[in-house]
Design a binder for this molecule. Structure first.
Ligand code: FAD
Length: 354
């Protein structure tokens, strides 16, 4: 017999986990996620794993404190910013927390109360509207399963199957994010941001994480692979050791251009986190918006009005305003001449004493 639910959540990253954790007990809820808790070889979200001040603030609202098992070595206070076009390097203070992204996600999933049925290692493959709700097909434990839910929440990230299946006309500009892991051969741990407008109008990053060094970036989808390799070659003379990767990850990262680039859902389907387009267009920081939008939607459901859509859409105003402020910041980071002037001026830069 096909199982039925009030709510099906697809994806348990920060957005889905916060939504599931704060949803009222009265809803019969299932949450599906393709990640496998302990497996190193299963799917893991490719991410820099830096918890920005906005995300720290979002967690602090729930009085949540991070256990040390989630942190990685070392904690870094300055970002070495390299502009390959103007050949300038500057250091800027940053307040990120360097963490293991997979462990962070699983820690959040661990907080979901038992009345939510969690199916980990479950990949959703098809969604269709049926009988006033949604028929959802997914694979789990090698079997293909079908469930029905009255409402569906897409918390499944940039390449959301919920968005693609139910809102196919909606397009958000995206990058191809590629990240590789290397055994760390650098003498001193560091965090670096790299700009090269000849390769991408976004940026690349390098970061020490325990015994590894990760190097990644966001690139135009069509030229991403080539751009990534070219950038690695360009960085070799600058002391980056980027040979023999032990792991390569790739996924989409969204780049919303403005208010019309957010997809909230509609007609009993809802989108939260990056699936909705909530990600900073300047830094690609997305964890804080995932947390905020996931919690917001849970409160709209808990209010038990006729349709949580409008309260949710209205409630995202704060998130959208914050994203707008990041949008205005973008030219100073990504416009080559403006960036060169800011870097040359030394404004807000720190001098490193060897
Ligand atoms: C390379 C890279 C580096 C980044 N670095 C940072 C950073 O350092 N700091 C930061 O704040 N942000 C960073 N971001 C952005 C950030 O990772 C995302 O914006 C954030 O994770 C969004 O959270 P979310 O819960 O909306 O979606 P996600 O974290 O993407 O979670 C989506 C979940 O859905 C699951 N899922 C997807 N499809 C299916 C399916 N079909 N069936 C079942 N489950 C599914 C996935 O397993 C995943 O758990 C980075 C992004 C990229 C691409």
């Amino acid at each position: 017999m096909q199982r039925s639910y009030d709510i099906a959540i697809i994806g348990l990253g920060p957005a889905g986990a916060l939504f599931a954790t704060h949803l009222d007990k009265g809803f019969k809820t299932i949450a599906l996620d393709k990640k496998i808790p302990q497996a190193n070889d299963g799917f893991q979200k490719p991410c820099g794993g830096l918890l920005a001040p906005d995300a720290q603030r979002a967690l602090s609202r729930f009085n949540m404190t991070l256990p040390k098992e989630i942190l990685v070595d070392p904690q870094i206070f300055a970002v070495r910013t390299i502009d390959l076009k103007s050949n300038l390097t500057r250091h800027y203070q940053r307040h990120y927390i360097n963490l293991d992204r997979h462990k962070f996600d699983m820690w959040l999933v661990g907080k979901i109360p038992q009345h939510v049925e969690v199916d980990s290692g479950a990949t959703c493959t098809d969604i269709a509207r049926e009988n006033g709700g949604f028929r959802i097909i997914y694979t789990s434990d090698g079997a293909c399963k079908t469930i029905w839910a009255r409402r569906i929440v897409g918390a499944d990230g940039a390449n959301s199957i919920v968005r693609r299946a139910l809102f196919a006309d909606f397009k958000i500009h995206s990058y191809l994010a590629i990240q590789q892991w290397f055994a760390n051969f650098h003498d001193t741990p560091f965090y670096s941001c790299i700009f090269d407008p000849d390769i991408t109008d976004s940026y690349a990053w390098g970061l020490t994480k325990d015994s590894h060094f990760i190097f990644g970036g966001a690139f135009p989808v069509k030229t991403g692979k080539q751009g990534f390799e070219t950038l690695k070659q360009k960085l070799a003379p600058r002391g980056f050791h980027l040979d023999n990767p032990v792991k390569t990850e790739a996924c989409l990262a969204l780049r919303p251009f403005g208010p019309r680039n957010y997809c909230y859902g509609g007609k009993d389907a809802f989108l939260i986190g990056e699936a909705a387009g909530f990600i900073s267009p300047s830094s690609l920081e997305g964890i804080s918006y995932a947390i905020d939008s996931g919690y917001l939607l849970s409160q709209c459901f808990n209010a038990r009005g006729d349709d949580p859509y409008w309260p949710y859409r209205r409630g995202t105003r704060k998130i959208r305003l914050k994203l707008l402020s990041k949008y205005f910041k973008r030219p100073f980071i990504y416009q080559p001449l403006a960036r060169k002037m800011v870097m040359k001026s030394g404004l807000a830069a720190i001098s490193i004493i060897d």
